[in-house]
Write a protein that binds this ligand. Structure first.
Ligand code: ADP
Length: 581
């Protein structure tokens, strides 16, 4: 099976074709100077098609720089995905529009092929929140998506994996700092196989000093620049006129800067020093973030090819247990799976140079989806997750006792299931061990009282609530409920709600599930992936698709806003053996 990988940029389109049985690259090429020598992107694609005409293509993988919060994994491209990608353009105006252009042209050419978007941001999408959030107004960050997304994901993931192979250790046992140092440059803390921090942020402008990008600067500088420049000029200044080029005034190419520095050019020397200094700072920071480091990996044009920059970066790290071997560093032998060791034999922390292959990573992600689609051939909807905090439903009689004769529940706000709402009214739950105050009533009133709490709440109250499907309250636990007008001692009604999915019949059809099915749902995209078993399916015309879990369950998977679940296992209707009534 052959995968064509397309990396469509503003003025060039690069491509590679891989045979995925052997992981071998069978073709590669690029069309440059689009807009000058080559008229436009569509001409570029024509040239590429002519170059690959003798090779059978089975699937196409596209590099997409920004996946925003929506795309946490490689994604099968369809019309809806393209529309979602277009919405992300403001987050990456210098990259995503061209990536989308490449996708649209390739779909035009090969409408029958499975095409996959692989995102620079995906590898970092499970970073802990402390790495993801800027210390700015939280509501602004949420509404505008101003968060740290990180880039170069396929490269960091690829070289971390190769380094683990080379060291003959599991990626899940290693804390690795990967340094992708090319024209664009970023560092990543890969803790036990996962990105836990990275130097690029909302855009690829944050972090290390780069060929032409500034990297970390005081945000006040932007304000200062805006006094005399419009935002396009500031963007140009920071993206195209800064970094190695801005400091040296000579070039963005380190080879040229190193030459001039040797000849005594002071600004070239300063550019080299600043570049190395910033990388060193990130190594120190990421060793702290991970509580230690087992390996430092260099990749990218500079990382792979400049011994003097690597040496400058790794000097005086004895305190970390990292000692460079000058000879190995000066003449790296990458014969073994594209990896070469440059640390001394007594160095506790290993230093490696690894040849990156982002395109192979993109091709293998594409193949995974190709295989999945060919087996299943349906895209199943993602199930939105809603977290139910403790709450209660009351019957008319109990409501009157708690809130007063003649009173009615008053609506605070609608909740996601149609017709249901949160009320202003709240009660206290009193158990033998403790009290939980301010538990909210959900309306409208029902025929039976039902109080839904979590396992953690049970311990606080000192009660033992059975796990029950909603509505099945007969023989459940007793509890005392206190309202402003009085206390009621209920003999039953207290339950720990069984996790369940609400589904409209249309969604149920798409998911191939029926009412009363018991299924497994995989939650991924939060900070800890988790698969929930024993999830009851409830289908009704009035439902909207949503899985309900309680706060304990949400905490267990460290759920973040917007996370969805995927159905991974369908069970047969009526299998409810695990829950006894
Ligand atoms: P991109 O981020 O555009 O993919 P690359 O990873 O290809 O960039 O890195 C390109 C950069 O690598 C060049 O601009 C140059 O600064 C640097 N580079 C390549 N070879 C050498 C070398 N032998 N010595 C120093 N720097 C080098």
């Amino acid at each position: 099976m052959n995968v064509l990988v397309i990396n469509c940029g503003s003025s060039s389109v690069k491509y590679k074709v891989f045979n995925m049985e052997s992981n071998e690259q069978i073709l590669n090429g690029k069309v440059e100077e689009i807009g000058t020598k080559v008229a436009n992107h569509s001409e570029a694609l024509k040239l590429i098609i002519a170059q690959i005409k003798d090779v059978k293509i089975d699937s196409v993988g596209h590099r997409v720089v920004h996946g925003g919060e929506k795309f946490v994994n490689a994604t099968l491209i369809n019309e809806q995905v393209i529309n979602e990608l277009k919405k992300l353009e403001p987050l990456a105006p210098l990259h995503n529009p061209y990536n989308i252009l490449g996708i649209e042209m390739a779909i035009n050419k090969w409408p029958q092929l499975i095409q996959v978007a692989v995102f620079d941001t995906s590898f970092h999408s499970r970073m802990p929140r402390r790495s993801k959030y800027y210390a700015i107004d939280y509501n602004l960050a949420e509404s505008e998506g101003i968060k740290r997304y990180g880039f170069h994901g396929p490269s960091h993931q690829y070289v971390a994996g190769r380094a683990a192979d080379f060291l003959k250790q599991g990626l899940s046992d290693l804390r690795i700092i990967t340094l992708h140092l090319g024209n664009g440059a970023s560092a990543c803390a890969v803790e036990f196989g996962k990105s836990v921090d990275t130097s690029m942020g909302m855009t690829p402008l944050e972090g290390l000093a780069m060929g032409t990008r500034a990297g970390d600067i005081d945000a006040g500088i932007v304000l200062k620049m805006l006094e005399k420049n419009d935002s396009d000029s500031v963007s140009r200044l920071l993206n195209k006129e800064s970094g190695l080029k801005g400091i040296s005034g000579v070039s963005n190419d380190l080879r040229e800067i190193e030459k001039q520095a040797e000849l005594g050019n002071d600004r070239c020397r300063l550019a080299i020093n600043i570049f190395a200094h910033k990388v060193r700072k990130y190594i120190g920071a990421y060793a702290s973030v991970m509580g230690g480091v087992d390996a430092v990996v260099f990749t990218g044009g500079i990382g792979e090819n400049s011994p003097s920059m690597r040496r400058r970066i790794l000097q005086r790290f004895d305190f970390l247990g990292l000692n460079i071997d000058e000879d190995l560093n000066n003449d790296v032998n990458k014969a073994n799976i594209g990896c070469g060791l440059i640390s001394a034999s007594n160095s506790k922390v290993k230093a490696l140079v690894v040849k990156t292959n982002e395109e192979l990573m993109i091709a293998s992600e594409t193949k995974k989806i190709f295989d999945k689609v060919n087996k299943v051939n349906v895209e199943k909807p993602v199930i939105p997750i809603a977290v139910s905090a403790r709450h209660l439903h009351l019957d008319k009689e109990t409501f009157a006792k708690l809130f007063g004769e003649g009173k009615e529940p008053t609506k605070l706000k609608d909740i996601s299931q149609p017709g249901q709402y949160a009320c202003n009214e709240r009660v206290n739950l009193i158990g033998p061990r403790g009290t939980i105050e301010g538990v909210r009533l959900l309306g409208p009133l029902r025929s039976k009282n039902q109080i839904e709490i979590s396992r953690t709440d049970e311990f606080k109250l000192g009660v033992d609530a059975p796990i029950r499907n909603s509505g099945k309250v007969a023989g459940s636990a007793p509890i005392i409920v206190e309202g402003p007008a009085g206390k009621v001692s209920l003999t039953e009604g207290l339950i720990c709600a069984r996790r369940h999915i609400h589904a409209h019949p249309d969604d149920a059809k798409k998911l191939n599930i029926k009412d009363k099915d018991v299924v497994e749902v995989e939650i991924s995209g939060g900070e800890r992936d988790l698969t929930f078993g024993d999830v009851l399916v409830r289908v009704k015309d009035s439902y909207v698709l949503e899985m309900h879990i309680d706060t304990d369950e949400a905490n267990a998977c460290e759920l973040v806003k917007g996370t969805g679940g995927s159905l991974i296992y369908e069970n047969i209707a009526g299998v409810e053996a695990k829950i006894a009534f």
